[in-house]
Design a protein around this ligand. Structure first.
Ligand SMILES: Cc1cc2nc3c(=O)[nH]c(=O)nc-3n(C[C@H](O)[C@H](O)[C@H](O)COP(=O)(O)OP(=O)(O)OC[C@H]3O[C@@H](n4cnc5c(N)ncnc54)[C@H](O)[C@@H]3O)c2cc1C
Length: 388
């Protein structure tokens, strides 16, 4: 039930985290508030780090700010577990939203490009995959199994599909620009707790916790990723090779002058932030071997550039994917708090963290789910101003 608001104090809905999840959620909340006729409610983004980086130039970010270090491409994974099926639903919604954004704002940082995958030892879920099942799970039409002459030696299954690559820091910066242009507010803070946000403004009504790994959640852990950003800018496709030993190599073009990423590692529980030189060498060799498949047919000289001494590393990358056992936590929590006026009241936090290695490709599905939950809660939490 809405209550008439006596004071003129601004009401605040806050989001913790300026990663891809927090930014997407903040934008969705802005839309929701204007739909629910609450244009005067402030949306406040509170974060320790912000998207300002150009890899290779200062300032730089910590390894914990995963959104700055992502590839980031869309690479659907067969839905073989409840968690993967949940993520597939979010991915499908994100694919639709990326297509819409690309049309409306071609500069936002998203590029359509072909996704190519090579598997040395495909699991049954991959061998069973068809154009129809792929489209059903991802919303992407155009899956095609590659012929023997289109794949490297030793590859048992190769396929391609229309995908998207994002220039991760640029995309996040543009989401932040959009948020600010719509009247969003920002506050730089290193928070000790999600509940601390209720003390930052007099009338904080609702908080979304998109802090990546949450605050003290024992199910959360980092998954280390090491990559290199190179000058191999002729790549126009994103190519991933799943090796027989479980490791993988990839090339991800970072369009909009962002270089091309060669990678990579997925190391659950590894906290190391310095570069491992042997890994770096392995990734460069892996990237070079995939280079011929990442360029358009006939671009022979371009692959020479990747193969010979012209290849340069623009930046070494170590990032920590914010991973959580069981996948994303999307859940409302309530706690009794003392407000800035000294009165006891109930605070509501909606947790939205633990995206692991898929935060970009599932971002809009998550933001939509967060907005749906917020839509049901906000009418009882927000006060309407008295018309008298
Ligand atoms: C090498 C690598 C490659 C990847 N490739 C892909 C890919 O190809 N496709 C894909 O979809 N995903 C990819 N990812 C994963 C993706 O980057 C993450 O899933 C995503 O960035 C998570 O976003 P987030 O907003 O949840 O967290 P983050 O980006 O980590 O953002 C968390 C935010 O919360 C803030 N915060 C945290 N703690 C506090 C605190 N105490 N006080 C205040 N603020 C706080 C941080 O400052 C930050 O702004 C990759 C990741 C890595 C590292």
């Amino acid at each position: 039930m809405k209550q008439a608001m006596s004071s003129t104090t601004t009401q605040t809905v806050a989001v913790i985290g300026a990663g891809v999840i927090g930014l997407s959620c903040a934008l969705k909340l802005q839309s929701l508030l204007s739909q629910q006729d609450h244009p005067a409610v402030e949306v406040l983004l509170v974060s320790r780090e912000w998207p300002t980086s150009i890899p290779g130039a200062p300032p730089t970010h910590t390894a914990d700010y995963a959104s700055m270090w992502a590839g980031a491409h869309v690479r659907p994974i067969p839905g073989t577990t409840p968690q993967l099926r949940r993520e597939a639903r979010w991915l499908k919604r994100t694919v639709a939203e990326f297509a819409r954004q690309l049309e409306a704002e071609p500069w936002v940082g998203i590029t359509r490009c072909q996704g190519v995958e090579f598997l040395d030892a495909p699991s049954p879920a991959y061998t069973r995959q068809t154009a129809a099942s792929f489209e059903e799970e991802s919303g992407i039409r155009g899956y095609r199994v590659l012929g023997r002459d289109e794949v490297p030696d030793g590859v048992e299954l190769g396929f391609e599909y229309p995908s998207f690559c994002l220039n991760a820091p640029l995309y996040c910066a543009n989401l932040l620009r959009r948020f600010l242009a719509r009247g969003g507010r920002t506050l730089q803070r290193d928070l000790r707790s999600e509940w601390e946000v209720f003390s930052l403004r007099p009338q904080v009504k609702f908080v979304v916790n998109a802090s990546g790994t949450g605050f003290g959640d024992t199910k959360c852990f980092p998954t280390r990723g090491q990559t290199v950003i190179t000058n191999f800018t002729q790549a126009t496709k994103t190519v991933t090779k799943h090796n027989r030993d479980g490791s993988f190599s990839f090339i991800i073009p970072r369009f909009f002058q962002g270089g091309t990423i060669m990678g990579g590692t997925k190391e659950p529980g590894n906290w190391r932030t310095d570069i491992v030189p042997a890994t770096r060498q392995r990734m460069i060799r892996g990237g070079q071997s995939l280079a011929p498949y990442a360029v358009e047919e006939g671009a022979g000289s371009a692959t020479t550039k990747a193969a010979d001494g012209e290849l340069q590393v623009i930046a070494d990358v170590v990032g920590r994917r914010p991973t959580r056992d069981g996948g994303m936590r999307i859940q409302v929590e309530e706690e009794q708090l003392t407000g800035t006026d000294g009165e006891l009241r109930t605070g509501h936090v909606l947790h939205a963290y633990g995206a692991g290695g898929r935060g970009y490709e599932i971002s809009w599905g998550i933001a939509e789910e967060v907005a749906e939950i917020a839509a049901s809660l906000l009418p009882s939490l927000l006060e309407t101003r008295s018309k008298l």
